[in-house]
Design a protein around this ligand. Sequence first.
Ligand SMILES: *[C@@H]1O[C@H](CO)[C@@H](O)[C@H](O)[C@H]1NC(C)=O
Ligand SMILES: *[C@@H]1O[C@H](CO)[C@@H](O)[C@H](O)[C@H]1NC(C)=O
Ligand SMILES: *[C@@H]1O[C@H](CO)[C@@H](O)[C@H](O)[C@H]1NC(C)=O
Ligand SMILES: *[C@@H]1O[C@H](CO)[C@@H](O)[C@H](O)[C@H]1NC(C)=O
Ligand SMILES: *[C@@H]1O[C@H](CO)[C@@H](O)[C@H](O)[C@H]1NC(C)=O
Ligand SMILES: *[C@@H]1O[C@H](CO)[C@@H](O)[C@H](O)[C@H]1NC(C)=O
Ligand SMILES: *[C@@H]1O[C@H](CO)[C@@H](O)[C@H](O)[C@H]1NC(C)=O
Ligand SMILES: *[C@@H]1O[C@H](CO)[C@@H](O)[C@H](O)[C@H]1NC(C)=O
Ligand SMILES: *[C@@H]1O[C@H](CO)[C@@H](O)[C@H](O)[C@H]1NC(C)=O
Length: 839
Amino acid sequence: MLRRLIGQTDFCLILTLLPLLQGSKVLDPGEDTVYKEAKNNGLEILDPGEVVYRETRTNGVVEKGVILECGSVLPDVYIWGFTKPGTATIRAVAYNFGKGPKLQKLAKTLGELSIIQRSASISIAKLPLAAQGLYTCQALYDTAQGAKLYYYYIHLRVLVPVTRPYIVLSDSSPSEGRSMWMRCGLENGTGPVNYIWEHTTLYNTTRIMAQGNNSLVNVTLVSRNHTGWYRCLARNEVNQAQSERTWLDIIFGPDVPSIDVTPYSVTERGYSALERETVSLLCQASSNPPSQYIWFYNNSQVYMGPTFTITRILRMHTGHYACLAQNSYLNTRSKKTITLTVYYPPDGSPSCTVRPTNNYTDLTLWCSWEGGYPHASLHWSPVLPGANGQGYANATLTQRGPGTANNSVFECHGSHVALNESTSCSTRTWHPAGEPQCYAYATRNNEYLMFSCSWEGGFPRALLWWASSTGAIHGKSEENSNILILRSSATYSGKSFVCHAQHPLFSERKQCVLKLEAPVLVTQRSMVSVYEGSDVQLTCILKANYPATEITWYNNLKQHVVETPSKYVLQRAAAWSNLTVRETDGLRDSGQYWCSATNAVGGAEIPIHLLVKRYPMPPNVTINKIVYSTHQQTEVDIDWLIRTGGDITGFIIERRRVPTTEGKRDADPPWQKVAVNLDPSIRTYKMGGFDPAGLYAVRIMAVNHRTVGHPSEAKSPAMPPFNAYPAVIGAAIGGMIIAALITVLLFMYIVRNRNNNPRLHDMIFGIRNSQSRENINYPEDESVGGAEGDVSREEHGREEHGSPGPAMTSPRATVSPPDLPPRDDNEPVAVTITVMATS
Ligand SMILES: *[C@@H]1O[C@H](CO)[C@@H](O)[C@H](O)[C@H]1NC(C)=O
Ligand SMILES: *[C@@H]1O[C@H](CO)[C@@H](O)[C@H](O)[C@H]1NC(C)=O
Ligand SMILES: *[C@@H]1O[C@H](CO)[C@@H](O)[C@H](O)[C@H]1NC(C)=O
Ligand SMILES: *[C@@H]1O[C@H](CO)[C@@H](O)[C@H](O)[C@H]1NC(C)=O
Ligand SMILES: *[C@@H]1O[C@H](CO)[C@@H](O)[C@H](O)[C@H]1NC(C)=O
Ligand SMILES: *[C@@H]1O[C@H](CO)[C@@H](O)[C@H](O)[C@H]1NC(C)=O
Ligand SMILES: *[C@@H]1O[C@H](CO)[C@@H](O)[C@H](O)[C@H]1NC(C)=O
Ligand SMILES: *[C@@H]1O[C@H](CO)[C@@H](O)[C@H](O)[C@H]1NC(C)=O
Ligand SMILES: *[C@@H]1O[C@H](CO)[C@@H](O)[C@H](O)[C@H]1NC(C)=O
């Protein structure tokens, strides 16, 4: 290098100094060796003729000033050279050989370069970048020891300050999850440059996000947390500068929405609300740009917007509510579904009752309040210690029966979340009244036996069941009453049936016992005798029988006595029955009678023998004489005889017309009674009512009570012997008497038939003439009916009761003989008129 330096022709001074330089033995042909040695040792070679090398480094800042010193003492001669970086050529910038400093052209390219007065130092103002390089100052000092040559090497670096950086984003609004980069742009600035990234979040917290000499920051996974202001700082040896704030907007969402339900009430099944409340559903989903919200109920859209409000929510609004959040920029959506259950109370109020349990030994209190959501909560009070009378919708409590007092009241309280007040119901338990009652009876014809047992009242009801005395249960258990039906059988006779009754309030069972017994009949007299005509009473006594039955009677013909009520009269009481046989007849009523009783478990009958004794036959009667009283042949006198002795209580006279025409011979007209119950002492009798034109036969019978004797031989009345006197009298006054009689009889007729012919009656007697009518009326009326053998009303009645036939006239019925004044010959007129009246 030195050689090249010396080789330069235009640098005279160097040529001058060359011998100095060449004389140096230290100088090596390789320039690097020279520098190195100088640098490494740094030693000042005091040996004259030896060159001293000094090397320093200094920095300058572009556009600023710098001073490059060449020793501390002004040298006698100096030369400033400049070597451009990357070249080996050294060029002179300035020199001073004693005649003042001289700047070379090169100096102009190195900024405002000047030599500082009274020194060899260079001052450069407004450093250009081109001023960077190696400055060499060769200084020669003329000292007493000789000339000394110094080489000062100065390395000048021209530094550039950092300019204001700017931020470059690969994407100013990236989506979450993507990657991006940020670069801190810098125009000028000498490296190394240090970069610092500052991030200010939405919450005004600032942190250093990255630091280093790389201007680029990679974000591999962008998140919303990267949203915010960014600033980058660049720093080098000279200065530091920061960028403007840049906003990074991260697009994201929507996140899964969150739903707030007001009022807030959460159960394991989701949200709940009370009926008729106002419920707000607020949906929030983080998103940039902000979400749009759509509400769905059971998958159908109901509302748009974040807050869905239901005023007066109803039970039918129960269901699934979904909020759909949409990010319209990203065209992304997310959804959240909640279940909302509307609580509503059950209708009405709880209902409660008491039921028997554990075979009717204990009580179960039962309370129910169905419906509603959720179920209403129920509890019983009072509750014995340790018992749990609680439940939902249903609450049951089992309570010991016998320890419970009569008329105990229990209350069941119900409450529901949707009701302000609790409601309740109550129930009461009480005994059935008295004791169980039972009885047995049989169906018609004793086909079936029925056992009835009842124990009514009480709550809950009592349980009843039937068992035999051996304990075997018959039929089913029933509440309140129990009827057991069994087919009748004699095997039950003497057996007992027990009705058991159980009620929870009683610790012990009650029972009612029935003993079945077949009937047993007794009678006081099994042989009864009686004279015919009177009533007789047969008695039967029913000793034991269950079910109770009645005595029935059969007569001597084995007929049921009730079929002839006129003949038989029954009197009965619980234990006995009297059969009265009325007006016993010696021929027909004797015989074996039966009283009988049958119930469902057996029967009995006993015979009672009735003997109706007849009165002895009265003696035969013979007609002694029978003649017409008069020639008019309307009255007949009869007298008779009894040839043998015997008991007689009366006589009966009968007559009949003897037919005159031959053709009607076969059909004899019946006998007519003319008189009955004639006094047994009389032997003669006058009969009226004969038709003078007719021919009569008359007979007579003796009667002993009911026994009628043989009829006498029938005889016809004979004509009376002639008597002139009555005929003469009759002829003389006959007309007068007849007239009078006709008048009397006519009046009688009118009186008797006043009802049939009132006009005639009134015409003759006048309407108000009751006195006279009565006077005439009664005695005549009755006697005429009796005398003529008309069947009066009274007689009719008797005949119905009595048996037909002449012998059956009632002994009580005493028909008096006609009580008429003796009649004259004019009687036939009366007969004629009577016939007219009765026809
Ligand atoms: C950066 O340096 C260049 C070259 O030296 C210069 O032209 C430019 O003006 C400088 N820029 C700034 C901002 O200083
Ligand atoms: C953040 O700071 C700015 C300016 O100081 C202020 O306007 C803004 O309200 C702040 N934000 C928060 C969330 O504190
Ligand atoms: C950033 O990522 C790019 C490519 O994606 C890569 O070339 C570069 O080296 C990364 N820079 C840093 C600092 O990781
Ligand atoms: C965002 O920041 C929050 C709070 O600092 C943190 O809990 C969350 O995990 C961050 N999210 C991501 C995606 O980094
Ligand atoms: C909505 O869905 C719920 C649950 O499946 C159901 O109980 C309810 O009846 C539905 N409501 C309507 C109006 O369909
Ligand atoms: C209930 O009572 C009946 C009759 O006494 C008896 O047969 C039955 O075994 C009882 N049942 C229980 C569970 O005690
Ligand atoms: C129990 O109460 C009922 C109803 O009040 C009443 O009729 C009955 O006599 C009472 N029984 C007893 C044993 O007190
Ligand atoms: C039934 O007969 C008995 C015995 O003969 C008698 O004691 C009783 O008084 C009679 N009863 C009636 C109502 O006549
Ligand atoms: C009574 O009369 C009947 C019939 O006329 C006769 O059979 C009977 O022998 C008579 N009795 C006497 C004692 O004569």
